[in-house]
Design a protein around this ligand. Structure first.
Ligand code: UP5
Ligand code: MG
Length: 203
């Protein structure tokens, strides 16, 4: 993967903070490719000849982080496929722009991805309280079919988020790369704030 040909925004925030929702809206407005690490892992888990199906299933249910080699490979492959399919069409300044949603959620992943794949230009950090996230996820769980949208898994996801992912956000804060957005408000208001943050790094 040619680092010169990509620009990456990491999209982080707790479970149910609204990462996926906001990425979809940003894709409608800008020429981003949206890659959700969670969605890629769920697709891999369901692939009949995957070696990692059981491992991914267990991690997702327990709210723990899948070993970074698996996730980074899936992301890299998806980026390459995207670059090939678009082959320059709709790019800005010769670059394919990616929103990488729900990754990196552990320090080792952050360092490895930036070493092997490319640096991120911004971290969009959606934040709201756990009560709000819990309510959203339980509601979504009525129809999502996601194995981790149940109270036991959600509680474990919160713990992993606090203990393992917050240090990643703090790392990028020290580098001045984080745009923190309150995602407690209605979707369209959060979107307006996200657009303002993204506009600053789009040149
Ligand atoms: N909703 C959204 N915004 C709203 C708003 N402003 N007001 C009211 N409602 C709002 O939103 C969640 C729900 O809330 C939806 O019903 C939405 O309509 C509503 P969504 O946009 O889906 O939130 P999101 O932050 O994307 O929540 P998600 O559940 O996807 O977050 P997670 O971070 O928990 O899930 P992810 O898919 O990223 O990861 C799942 C698991 O995969 C992890 O727990 C982990 O086990 C594994 N994983 C790894 O191991 N490594 C990785 O790198 C990534 C994932
Ligand atoms: Mg999501």
């Amino acid at each position: 993967l040619d680092k010169e040909k990509v620009s990456v925004i990491f999209v982080l925030g707790g479970p149910g903070a609204g990462k996926g929702t906001q990425c979809s809206l940003l894709v409608e407005k800008y020429n981003f490719s949206h890659l959700s690490a969670g969605d890629l892992l769920r697709a891999e888990q369901d692939r009949p000849d995957s070696h990692f199906g059981d491992l991914i299933r267990t991690c997702i249910r327990e709210g723990t982080i899948v070993p970074m080699e698996v996730t980074i490979k899936l992301l890299e492959n998806a980026m390459l496929a995207e670059l090939r399919s678009k082959s320059g069409e709709g790019w800005t300044n010769g670059k394919g722009r990616f929103l990488i949603d729900g990754f990196p959620r552990k320090m080792d992943q952050a360092l490895k991805f930036e070493e092997d794949v490319c640096l991120s230009s911004l971290v969009l950090f959606f934040t709201t309280d756990e009560e709000t996230m819990l309510k959203r996820l339980l509601k979504r769980g009525e129809t999502s079919g996601r194995d981790d949208d149940n109270i036991e898994s959600i509680k474990k996801r919160f713990v992993t988020y606090r203990e393992t992912t917050m240090p990643v956000i703090e790392h990028y804060e020290k580098l001045g790369k984080v745009a923190e957005i309150d995602s407690s408000s209605p979707v369209d208001q959060v979107h307006t704030a996200a657009v303002a943050a993204v506009t600053k790094v789009l040149v």
